[in-house]
Design a protein around this ligand. Sequence first.
Ligand SMILES: [Fe+2]
Length: 303
Amino acid sequence: MSILHLTDLHLLADRALHHGLVPTSDHLERVLEDASRGRRCRAIVVSGDVSADGSVSSYQFARDAVGELAKAWSAPVVWAAGESDNRAAMRSVFKLPGSGMQPIEYYADIGELRIIVADTTVLGSTWGKIGNRIVGLKQALSCPRELPAGERKTMLVLHHPLAPPPTLKYAASALDDAPAVAQMLSKLEAKPEVVLCGHYRVGMMAVAAGIPVIVGPAVSGETSLDRGPSWDTATIRASYGIINLSDSHVDATSTPVSVENEGAEVYSFPPAEASKTTQANSRPSWSVETGLRWCGQGSEHLS
Ligand SMILES: [Fe+2]
């Protein structure tokens, strides 16, 4: 079974430019056009930061654009929230369960695959945390299903990754309780086959609690890593991921599509400047000394 993975769309009302420069609505259309020429996917997963301004119209644009391909494929769309999303607006447009600004958490069954969406966003913050909702997440992951054990598959979707941060900015805005989440996953009787994430705006793969973690490449742009982790640099790029799940393995591909001004810098902050904003917005358990490392109980489950 193949899944189309989109993340970090950062759409704005009226097709406005992200950072005044990036036509993210065009990026989404290009990505969908390219993906539509590939093989049919059974589901489309969008792992958060759908909108950059939280506007209803940006979500309507996403719903209509992604919905067209979903309809052609007869594939459901599974939406997760990121820190730049407005839960109430997102929920109203995508008809998601729950109400208002409550965390967006639900699951969708596609044949033998259960896709579980957890909300890692903390209102008003760029970093993520699941907090005491980890109890509900564990229950959702452990929920018995009327399928033989060998035929059940589970995919977990989180916006903030269970994966090492690529830069100091993302270390400070990572999932604050990732060690606890990885520890919880390590104790599950039946672990998910894969965890899909976004947020870092760079395609990467890691392992947490023995589970493959795939961070999707972003639709809106790419974090540049060529100057080292102390820099905060973004480049114009648009990519999508395809996840293939079989009985024996999981694999993922990342496909960049051509977009206007591809490869141009959107912004680039040198270490001193990047450090100021990083420290001003950092998660509670991070400090400059922490750097790119995970700390605390359960860190050993994160590679
Ligand atoms: Fe994010």
